[in-house]
Design a protein around this ligand. Structure first.
Ligand code: NAP
Ligand code: G4F
Length: 349
């Protein structure tokens, strides 16, 4: 019997949180994976090192290439060399707060980076290559009705990160309509994991409170405790990316849990799981979280973590994805917190 040809995927952003889960998933699905890694002074491959085991090496199923989506020529050359069946564009300057400090850089990578990849697909006339764009709930920004947001909700971004993601979103739609490229957007709401970058709020909270519990950190300093987010697990969301590219036609999809929590609720839930009893006192930038047992302030506020314009509310309806992709989240926020705490404890013990 003829052997089925293995599918080839190219992941921009393979060293990031989502890239690592997606690579794991695609290896299980028997893909050949190519990942693009940008040059840095340290290896920066901690999230994917475990994938380079003897099996994958001997089967040569995962390959890493130096590249950078700020460099159109190298991006085109990599795509030309590999001619992948699927391209996942997960590469971005992905930190919203940082985009206020480095807006031009953020737009170059997060907005124009997507354009460079789509242009390469167009110029190389890769009719069979499917493109996934990592779009974001940050595109919704200023939300008028605090209800579940969906594929029809208008965008009103509140940061250059959000503006750049709107550009990339519309560029994907445009290349689909103008050139017939299979380009799809996954509009993913916040998703976290033990592999989340340390300056995102969930990781900061879980890592901070775990260290406080173990006596190796005194205090956790945060910004706005009252923003509402819809937090899922990155492992579930990687599955949605793959499903989006397997659908019969290119389209745009909201991926979320449809559950809302404030930053403070996430913090309180984490503290409870660690048996830390927090009493809250004061308000605004004077608000403090005090450890009932010791009387010490363990959470305080620093205005430097506030954003010049905040996204106050994000909750998404994933009903379209559920109906057509048969996707739904399988890991609850509670289980997510437990997974993150377990990892932090394992790093300390
Ligand atoms: P992440 O951990 O910050 O990963 C971003 C990836 O992009 C990293 O591999 C990073 O490489 C790479 N990258 C950055 N600049 C690059 C450049 N110039 N050229 C090539 N690669 C570059 O982000 P994530 O949480 O996995 O998110 C993946 C994507 O989904 C991002 O586009 C993000 O904006 C989007 N998104 C995320 C969420 C979420 O809640 N996580 C929600 C919606 C959308 P280094 O490792 O070298 O930094
Ligand atoms: O964890 P965050 O930095 O995530 P944010 O801004 O929602 O962005 C993340 O999700 C987006 C999807 O909606 C992605 F597109 C994006 O790439 C990224 O993955 O902040 C969450 C909330 C914000 O309202 C922020 O103001 O937490 C608030 N917050 C309060 N104190 C803090 C802090 N955020 C950070 N990063 N650090 C704090 O100390």
């Amino acid at each position: 019997m003829a052997q089925l040809k293995k599918k080839i995927a190219l992941i921009f952003g393979i060293t990031g949180q989502d890239g690592s889960y997606l690579a794991e998933l695609l290896l299980k699905k028997n893909y050949i994976i190519h990942g693009v890694k940008r040059r840095s002074s340290s290896a920066n491959t901690e999230r994917i090192d475990h994938l380079f085991d003897s099996v994958n090496f001997s089967n040569k199923r995962i390959f890493i290439h130096y590249g950078d989506i700020s460099d159109g020529t190298s991006t085109l050359n990599i795509i030309n060399k590999i001619k992948p069946d699927e391209i996942y564009n997960l590469a971005a300057q992905s930190h919203v707060r940082v985009s206020f400090d480095i807006p031009e850089y953020t737009a170059d990578i997060t907005a124009l980076g997507a354009l460079r990849i789509l242009e390469a697909i167009r110029i190389l006339n890769l009719k069979k290559t499917k493109y996934y764009q990592a779009s974001s709930s940050e595109m919704y920004g200023l939300v008028k009705n605090k209800k579940s947001l969906n594929e029809l909700t208008p965008f009103h971004p509140r940061s250059v990160y959000g503006v750049s993601k709107v550009f990339a979103y519309h560029t994907a739609v445009h290349y689909r309509e103008a050139y017939g490229i299979f380009a799809s957007n996954g509009i993913l709401f916040n998703h976290e994991s033990p592999r989340r970058g340390p300056t995102f709020v969930t990781k900061k909270i879980v890592q901070g409170l775990t260290r406080i519990k173990k006596g190796i950190q005194k205090k956790l300093t945060l910004g706005n405790l009252y923003a509402v987010r819809d937090w899922g697990h990155a492992k579930d969301y990687a599955i949605s990316m793959w499903k989006i590219l397997q659908y019969k036609k290119p389209d745009d999809w909201v991926i979320a849990t449809n559950k809302e929590n404030t930053v403070k609720k996430f913090l309180n839930a984490t503290a409870k799981k660690l048996s830390i009893d927090i009493i809250w006192k004061g308000s605004g930038i004077k608000e403090k979280g005090i450890d009932r047992k010791t009387g010490r302030t363990i959470v305080d506020i620093d205005p430097k973590y506030f954003r010049p314009s905040e996204v106050d509310f994000l909750k998404g309806s994933y009903s379209k994805a559920k109906k057509y992709l048969k996707w739904k989240p399988s890991i609850s926020t509670n289980e997510l917190i437990e997974d993150m705490i377990k990892y932090e404890l394992s790093k300390i013990d």
